[in-house]
Design a protein around this ligand. Structure first.
Ligand code: TIU
Length: 220
């Protein structure tokens, strides 16, 4: 079994029981005019994450891992959007409104689509989710259990919001998860650093972390 030199210790995984989960690599978070920008964030902070996630996807595809792309987006009638989420930030152009990338954070709109570097290939799973965590109000746990998945390798955006929420949800459900440090990004670099440290602290209270290089070099 490949062993990744990781923190807080080696991460051993069986490729047949491991899924690569790439979180929310959508135009709405990475490009100007999307939901992230509407919230007042500098999306340039995420420059480079798409290219890194593309490398991570290449690696996972090469190993034959199950690939799951998540997408934070709401139903077109907003029936799965809590009013509290829609009201948050008191935005002039918020969830469901028409923006430069189409209706903000709504399925089927240009903003909900994946950035070109991280488009799903045929046969890969696309999991639309209404919340920050990928397990909330989705069939992800059931899908993973049916497929015998025990280990997750996770990248995407943003580190302390959807990525961290998903890692914590996975941890509480008994999955071993590794965060790929340089395949994730935040609008707030200090939050990214802090999240990685939170994950690996206390003997790996949430999971493991390692740079992509460590995955590329992992050997049986
Ligand atoms: N705002 C922010 O940092 N993130 C989100 O709203 N969603 C995800 O992280 N995908």
């Amino acid at each position: 079994m490949p062993t990744v030199p990781a923190r807080p210790g080696p991460f051993r995984f069986d490729a047949r029981r491991t899924a690569l989960v790439v979180i929310d690599m959508q135009r709405d978070f990475l490009e100007p005019g999307g939901f992230g920008a509407m919230l007042g964030n500098d999306v340039a902070q995420l420059d480079g994450v798409a290219a890194q996630c593309a490398r991570l996807l290449d690696w996972g595809r090469g190993l034959g891992l199950r690939i799951i792309h998540t997408q934070e987006a709401h139903a077109r009638d907003l029936s799965d959007c809590p009013p509290a989420k829609r009201a948050r930030g008191n935005l002039a152009c918020g969830i469901g409104d028409a923006g430069p990338l189409g209706r903000v954070l709504v399925e089927g709109e240009p903003g909900a689509d994946f950035v070109p570097e991280c488009r799903p290939l045929p046969g890969e799973t696309v999991l639309r989710k209404p919340g920050k965590g990928a397990f909330f109000a989705t069939s992800l746990e059931q899908q993973l259990r049916y497929a015998g998945i025990t280990h997750l390798i996770v990248g995407g955006v943003t580190t302390e919001v959807c990525v961290q929420t998903t890692l914590r949800e996975a941890n509480d459900r008994g999955f071993d998860a590794l965060l790929v440090e340089d395949c994730t990004g935040s609008y707030f670099p200090e939050f990214k650093r802090a999240t990685i440290e939170m994950v690996v602290a206390q003997g790996g209270i949430v999971g493991w972390a390692a740079p992509l290089r460590a995955l590329l070099d992992a050997r049986d």
